[in-house]
Design a protein around this ligand. Sequence first.
Ligand code: NAD
Ligand code: UDP
Length: 330
Amino acid sequence: MNILVTGGAGFIGSHTCVTLLNAGYNVIIADNLCNSKKDTIDKIKVITNKDVIFYQVDINQEKEVDEIFNNHIIDGVIHFAGFKAVGESVKKPLDYYYNNVLSTISIIKLCEKYGVDRFVFSSSATVYGNNAVPFKEDMELLSTTNPYGETKVISERILKDTSTANQNFSVAILRYFNPVGAHESGLIGESPNGVPNNLMPYITQVAKRNLQVLKVFGNDYSTSDGTGVRDYIHVLDLAEGHVAAFENLKKGVHIYNLGTGKGTSVLELVEAFERVNNIKIPLEIVDRRPGDIDSCYADTSKVKSELGWNAKRDISSMCRDSWRFETNNE
Ligand code: NAD
Ligand code: UDP
């Protein structure tokens, strides 16, 4: 089976390609490398000892992507391509709506044109907004706090409407919680440009002494120790969740949370990182970051019962693997 993976050179996409290749799928990656590097494609080949077809292309360039569908029999699409920085989306909303929403429309149109009816979409727990935890797939989506989140809400809606119009379309919408960690080879992982926004990459930069101190955004939340609670999930568990979703696709739109169901506070994550890697992380408590919520973690009962998937790797593995990747990639 040939799977077209948009954004397959990125953090989650690259790990998913490895898992797909190891499960026996052929992988075709379409990525414009706006937030990734070409050598990731070679690393995927080294890890799996399998070949990958790569097109450097913007998904919004419909003619160029059309050629990919023309050149190969595509059995399904996993659509990761998109921008993902919440803060940047507030400053550049049009870039976000253009890249994230239009790319989803473009790729679905090509799926319709070529009769590709298996589709997996990268959504985010951010769509739950200020709902009460744990987040369940059937919750009403209250307003999200930023344009990035809104691009995911709109893309989900577009997929639902498309599947209503085309009864053969089978879609899994996967709402990711907080992906961290890296492949155990240390070859692929997350390497954000500039100063990281997210907690784990910030911690690894402090551990490397590229940054001096971790700023903890608030310790007055209503959580066990006052710091924000998130559902961190190992990127390889997430990758396996995509294979499970693809293999269990059924007609219509089906939404699944990909999380562990367990919340971890900022201080708990720092403590685990220090313990596992034996490195001290200096920190200071600063003001809350605007737009942050107290707690975000998944109800995982639906994904367990319908896809038979659950996350296996613990916080210690996430900290160990994130740090191994960072030290391997000076
Ligand atoms: P990433 O930036 O590492 O990967 C995205 C990839 O898509 C990159 O390789 C980038 O070059 C490519 N890309 C972006 N726009 C493109 C376009 N128009 N055409 C072709 N390629 C394009 O991000 P990631 O963390 O791997 O995230 C993948 C997906 O998962 C995104 O849709 C993101 O919104 C979603 N997601 C990520 C997180 C997270 O915390 N990492 C959480 C929830 C959802
Ligand atoms: N956080 C922090 N310092 C940082 C980055 C993040 O204290 O430098 C906190 C943030 O307030 C939140 C948690 O870590 O409670 C996870 O933040 P991240 O940006 O990684 O994920 P998101 O908030 O998007 O779920």
